[in-house]
Design a protein around this ligand. Structure first.
Ligand code: PLP
Length: 417
């Protein structure tokens, strides 16, 4: 395939031609057409370095971690803890003690709700979220509401999908013990002003959780500079394997939190009368962890750190701009989420065509997009909709991919009209 756009400057700086070859999944045909993968907000493809790191562990180093004195256990423990260090460096966290491995962003938020929430909140206290949250940042707080009688407050957004920051201070009353906000919206692409939110929330004495699931693959995150109390991420959205993610928590905040699950590895000593718990992060990692997953995630973090992240951001932003311009020219197509600051996510609807039908026809042309509510039903309903079609870009996408999307859309719409 000819990739003229691979010669444009951010693509060159990124080494896009070579990078694409790192992703074996991309080199295949779907329904007879070369695959155009535009569902990166749901999950990303995996580079060879990640596949090979996991394979190496599974071929040669399989053992449980933290337990054995034998060689394989030492190797597995070193690789697992090495992955923790890679994620620490990726987030510029102050210490590996602040990196808790979880099943993903969802489990990380549930951990905070269950452990921090139960220990620090009572009936009448409030958690402030926003109208554009993923269900993973809504439902855990509703469960806590059921249990404790807390209040769930929702910061509204406007018709572009921009948070109503003018309302924030009035909603930040002393009852708000936690503000929990997406860094980047998965359904709309909006990049939220998290620094400002953190500052204002801290001025109110509230803790802050930032859901970085849609941010970490696209921009450099420095948790120390950001200054939140918690930051959560999923490996599979940053070119790592699924079933693993991270809760970053400030050391002093994690230190004050009780365990949320009990079992092996999170204890110092156990008798039938009394258990003494480990310090964080082990306190929050009961049981055998996803060892190969963590190794894959650490490798993905290193893979991203080795890239020119400025060029990557320019490249992805260029794709979003180009795609928005091309799609807006299609009659009857409406872009959903038009914030001035957006991550590489393009949601849209087409008059008289159901998003699922559109997704199916695009798949026939080899173009993989997402159709549905994107696990953010309130955000989509805000626009009077039940579903959108979403194209989301990753580091390996090209302008040719956008052209293929646009052509496939033209064709699909002709079928329905
Ligand atoms: N938060 C946001 C903004 C997301 O986009 C997602 C996944 O789409 C999640 C949380 C949940 O991530 P996971 O399913 O990997 O736990």
């Amino acid at each position: 395939m000819a990739y003229a756009a691979l010669n444009s400057s951010p693509a060159v700086a990124l080494g896009l031609r070579g990078l694409r070859r790192q992703f074996p999944t991309l080199a295949q045909k779907i329904n007879g057409q070369p695959l155009v993968y535009l569902d990166n907000a749901a999950t990303t493809q995996k580079p060879l370095v990640v596949i090979e790191a996991m394979e190496r562990h599974l071929r040669y180093d399989v053992s449980n971690v933290h337990r054995g004195v034998h060689e394989l256990s030492v190797r597995a423990t070193e690789a697992y803890e090495g992955a923790r260090e890679s994620v620490r460096a990726f987030l510029n966290a102050a210490s590996v003690k602040e990196i808790v491995f979880t099943r993903g962003a969802t489990e990380a938020i549930n951990l905070v709700a269950y452990s921090w929430g139960r220990a620090n909140m009572k009936a009448g206290d409030a958690v402030l979220i926003t109208h554009m949250e993923h269900h993973a940042n809504i439902v855990p707080w509703q469960l806590l509401r059921q249990e404790l009688g807390i209040e769930l407050r929702v910061l509204p957004m406007d018709e572009r999908g921009v948070l109503r920051m003018d309302l924030l201070d009035a909603m930040l009353t002393p009852e708000v013990k936690l503000v929990s906000v997406a860094h980047v919206s998965n359904a709309l692409g909006t990049v939220n002003p998290v620094r400002e939110i953190i500052e204002r929330a801290h001025a109110n004495g509230s803790r802050v959780l930032i859901d970085g699931a849609q941010a970490v693959a696209h921009e450099v995150i420095d948790v120390q500079a950001l200054g939140a109390d918690f930051y959560v991420l999923s490996s599979h959205k940053m070119y790592g394997p699924s079933g693993v993610g991270v809760l970053w928590g400030r050391a002093d905040v994690l230190a004050g939190m009780p365990p949320w699950q009990g079992g092996g590895d999170m204890i110092l000593s156990v008798t039938f009368e009394r258990t003494v718990f480990q310090k964080p992060p082990a306190r929050f990692e009961a049981g055998t962890p996803n060892i190969e997953g963590a190794i894959g995630m650490g490798t993905a973090a290193r893979f991203l750190m080795d890239l020119d992240r400025g060029a990557l951001a320019d490249h992805e932003h260029g794709l979003l701009t180009y795609a928005t311009e091309r799609l807006e020219r299609i009659g009857g197509l409406r872009v959903i989420g038009t914030a001035p600051d957006k991550g590489p996510v393009l949601s849209f609807v087409v008059d008289d065509v159901h998003p699922h039908d559109l997704g199916t026809l695009l798949d026939r042309a080899g173009v993989a997009v997402r159709s549905g509510h994107h696990c953010a039903q309130p955000a989509v309903q805000h626009f009077g909709l039940h579903a959108t079609t979403r194209a989301s870009f990753g580091l390996y996408n090209t302008r040719d991919d956008v052209d293929r999307l646009a052509e496939a859309l033209h064709h699909a719409i002709r079928v329905f009209r």
